[in-house]
Each structure stands twice: as structure tokens, then as C-alpha cells.
Write a protein that binds this ligand. Structure first.
Ligand SMILES: Nc1ncnc2c1ncn2[C@@H]1O[C@H](COP(=O)(O)OP(=O)(O)O)[C@@H](O)[C@H]1O
Ligand SMILES: [Mg+2]
Length: 82
């Protein structure tokens, strides 16, 4: 939320033929991320963070998707199966 300036979080329960999981979507209309590849690197931060937010979320999830446009905002979707 530090960079996005606040946004929304949507948590959805998935049940795909008995396979259960959670899909979490984070969306903001912040500055966006110009260089996603760099932002995803372990330890990279443009601020004072640990730089482990995005890379950590990817590691902890089974499916990870990030979409961002500079000046428009960022959407991160993760799915974690049980
Ligand atoms: N929602 C966002 N909007 C704009 N930039 C972001 C967003 N999330 C992450 N970033 C950029 O990606 C970098 C890495 O993010 P992250 O891994 O969460 O580390 P940290 O939050 O500790 O800086 C941030 O420093 C920032 O530059
Ligand atoms: Mg972060």
C-alpha cells in the first residue's frame, strides 16, 4: 500500500472440482511499475522496504500475475491452492 497509495483487496474462495484454494487480487490506481522485472527481484526496493513483497508473494503462491501501467496503477493476482 506504500506505493499504490491504497487500493482494494478481493479475496475469492476457489473450488475447482474439489480442489480448493484462495485467489487474492490487489488493485491500486497508484504510479504503476515501469520495470516489473526489476521490481520482482529479491531485495529490490525503490523505498525503504525489504524488497521482498512482490518476490515473496510469488514464492508463497502457486500462481502469480502482475499487471501494471505507469501512471495508471497495478494489479497483482495470486492463487494459493491448499
Ligand atoms: N503497488 C505498487 N505500485 C507501484 N510500485 C510498486 C508497487 N508495489 C511494488 N512497487 C515497486 O516495486 C518495488 C518492490 O516492491 P516490493 O517487493 O513489495 O518491495 P518493497 O515494498 O519492500 O519496496 C517497490 O520498491 C516499488 O518500487
Ligand atoms: Mg511492497
Amino acid at each position: 500500500m506504500t506505493y499504490g497509495g491504497g487500493g482494494t483487496v478481493l479475496i475469492e474462495a476457489l473450488n475447482h472440482g474439489g480442489r480448493r484454494g484462495l485467489k487474492i487480487t490487489f488493485e491500486d490506481k497508484g504510479p504503476g511499475i515501469a520495470d516489473i522485472e526489476t521490481a520482482m527481484k529479491d531485495g529490490y526496493t525503490s523505498g525503504t522496504g525489504l524488497g521482498l513483497g512482490l518476490s515473496g508473494a510469488k514464492r508463497l503462491s502457486n500462481e502469480f500475475e502482475i499487471a501494471s501501467r505507469p501512471g495508471e496503477g497495478t494489479r497483482v493476482t495470486i492463487i494459493r491452492w491448499k
